[in-house]
Design a protein around this ligand. Sequence first.
Ligand code: SF4
Length: 393
Amino acid sequence: MNEVVRAQADAPALFVYIPYCASICTYCDFNVYARRADEYDAYVNAVAREIASRAQNIPAPRRARTLALGGGTPSLLSAAQNEKLVQTFRAHFVFETDAEWTLEANPGTVDLENLRALRQMGFNRLSLGVQTFDDARLKQFNRAHTAADAYAAFDWARRAGFENINLDLIYGLPQQTLAEWRATLERALAFQSEHLSLYGLQVEARTVLQKQIELGRVPPPDDDTAAQMYEMAVERLRAAGYTHYEISNWAKPGFASRHNQTYWLAEPYLGFGAGAHSLWQRERYENIRAPRQYMQRVMNGASAFAAREKISRAAEMSEVMFLGLRLGEGVTWARFQERFGVDARLIFREPLALLTEWKMLCVDDERVRLAERGVLVSNQLLWRFLLEDDAKT
Ligand code: SF4
């Protein structure tokens, strides 16, 4: 894994959560709803109102580093609805001319005209939820598109002028073989996209997939095979010239996602929309999850926040470590020192010593990062960087 692009540390990343999808995938536990096209207009109006109202609490000039519309499926919105969000942001925030603007899209929900409109609005990065090229699997997981839709969407995106495209793929599916995964990777590489995000399937509680597994209709995914798939991807994408800059993310040089980097560096971001999260001035915010309740509250002039919590210094330090260690560049001692005025090697002496002894971390004079074997089991390691709130920091 390797270096990521540095962003402006003081300007927030901006995010809108769109809680609508064409259908609900069997493995998905997100805050998403299908068959609600009649409420998109009202939702966009509410988000625009939330943006305007929260911007009033931030002194001008309100600089922003990136913008992302995610979900859910933002590409279900019409060009006019997306335009309304864009205009609202432009009215209240100042973006650098080359700011990264990402739109998440699912194949089957975009066409050439719509993509041209999005490109003209200022979106310069498209993230396509391809997942797999096997139509039977797409159907099995209730995805609302086919492999042919993915090819068409990518072609239209290029023709519309998107020079920075991410493909999302999923691995570790029940009964998925290594050969099947290799074929998926090869088909994805043939697109020559600038970025690839690979996610291992997780069986989340209260999903249709979990129920299907419980009832014996679908076999559970196999963790060992999923680990082999990950290792296969690491090797194959390295050979194809991609930089593995975050546990689940690969990019061609210069195309690491600046927006997502904000989250991994625990830097400020403002999230708008139902269930969106924000990290702002050492406080964490969570919006009301249910879209209808969210709209009602916002349109009545009330706050969208369902929860708000101050972040202690200890919690912030922990977060910088366990999020930063997801990155290929890891956590640099100098940057930690600059942010907190103390040496991370003193604060985290114990986990650093233990995990280095286990050969899960690589530590040198400049930084700490996950060793290759540590990446595979990172979920079981990184909690060791959690500090008690009353720890001496
Ligand atoms: S498209 Fe994405 S967000 Fe929507 S249901 Fe499927 S996995 Fe969930």
